[in-house]
Design a protein around this ligand. Structure first.
Ligand code: CP
Ligand code: NVA
Length: 300
């Protein structure tokens, strides 16, 4: 997406958020079906896509990990060919990003990334929308991510922040910094947008002057085998009140959820006055509805 496309999407999401209760959009996607393929568990992603389709008068088919055995029972490409001849749009949550790419190559309809090991773009659309909703701007704001720099959420945040000319600072332990491909891509974007991308191992330095402090689990889905090691390595990266106090007084605390209280964040912070995590979670619904409308209205 370009910055302008995202800007339009946010404006549409704001309208959808305001007008849905008044009964608008009830029949915008009547007869349309979203096919949702999940290789991993989900609360927010499934709910927001499924409820979003229902509110538009459409339908969402949920395929659980064991239902189709993606890539095992038949090839990913054959799955995409079949699903896209029946559904109007596909959404997939997968282990390997390669799977999303393979689905997209063979699909006749749009494919939405509902999280891969590499990126979590729908989450970040909702996150930036939430910041925009509260702060009324994005460009120039300092967003500090603390924790696992090489995970999907941090990667997508980095690319979107670069697109908007935000100042992104990532504090992560050595060995858990963002992947070089992401940094290279983001740096090519900040050239034009005058944003900044910084990396440090020092969380205290990273939060100084931050408008937003963001963290995510230390153990992403697929990383469970390293749980013990990660829990030790990331200990100094817990977002607690001491760390939050170094950010701007009106800084927001954000987390994509699910959160592991007492690990990446203390209860005091996530349940505290600066936390906007549930507004963020709710906005998944509104922003993805705008995305669905855009993809499904265009394709017909
Ligand atoms: N944030 C998010 O994607 O949540 P789920 O894993 O519950 O979908
Ligand atoms: N980084 C986390 C995000 C969960 C929504 C994971 O991949 O498990």
């Amino acid at each position: 997406m370009t910055k302008n496309e995202m800007d339009l999407l946010f404006k549409q999401a704001a309208q959808i958020k305001k007008e849905t209760k008044a009964g608008k959009y009830r029949s915008d996607l009547v007869g349309k079906t979203l096919v949702m393929i999940f290789e991993k568990p989900s609360l927010r992603t499934r709910l927001s896509f499924e409820i979003g389709m229902t509110q538009f008068g459409g339908y969402a088919v949920y395929l659980a990990p064991a239902d189709i055995g993606l890539g095992l029972r038949e090839s990913i490409s054959d799955t995409a060919k079949v699903a896209s001849r029946m559904g109007d749009c596909l959404m997939a949550r997968v282990f390997s990003h390669q799977t999303i790419c393979e689905l997209a190559v063979s699909s006749l309809v749009p494919v939405i990334n509902g999280l891969s090991d590499w990126e979590h773009p729908c989450q970040i659309l909702a996150d930036l929308y939430t910041i925009w909703e509260i702060k009324k701007e994005l460009t120039g704001l300092k967003l500090t991510f603390i924790g696992d720099g090489e995970n999907n959420v941090c990667h997508s945040l980095c690319l979107a922040a670069a697109l908007w000319g935000m100042k992104l600072c990532v504090a992560a332990p050595k060995g858990y910094m963002m992947k070089r491909e992401i940094i290279t891509h983001a740096k090519s974007l900040v050239h034009k947008t005058h944003g900044q991308i910084e990396e440090t191992t020092n969380p205290y330095k990273a939060v100084i002057g931050a408008d937003i402090v963001y963290t995510d689990t230390w153990v992403s889905m697929g990383d469970e085998g390293e749980k013990e090691k990660r829990t030790k390595v990331f200990q100094p990266y817990q977002v607690d009140q001491n760390l939050m106090q170094l950010a701007k007084p009106d800084a927001l605390f954000m987390h994509d959820l699910p959160a592991y209280r007492g690990h990446e964040v203390t209860s005091e912070v996530i349940d505290g006055p600066q936390s906007v995590v549930f507004q963020q979670a709710e906005n998944r619904l509104h922003v993805q509805k705008a995305l669905l409308l855009r993809l499904l209205m265009q394709s017909h």
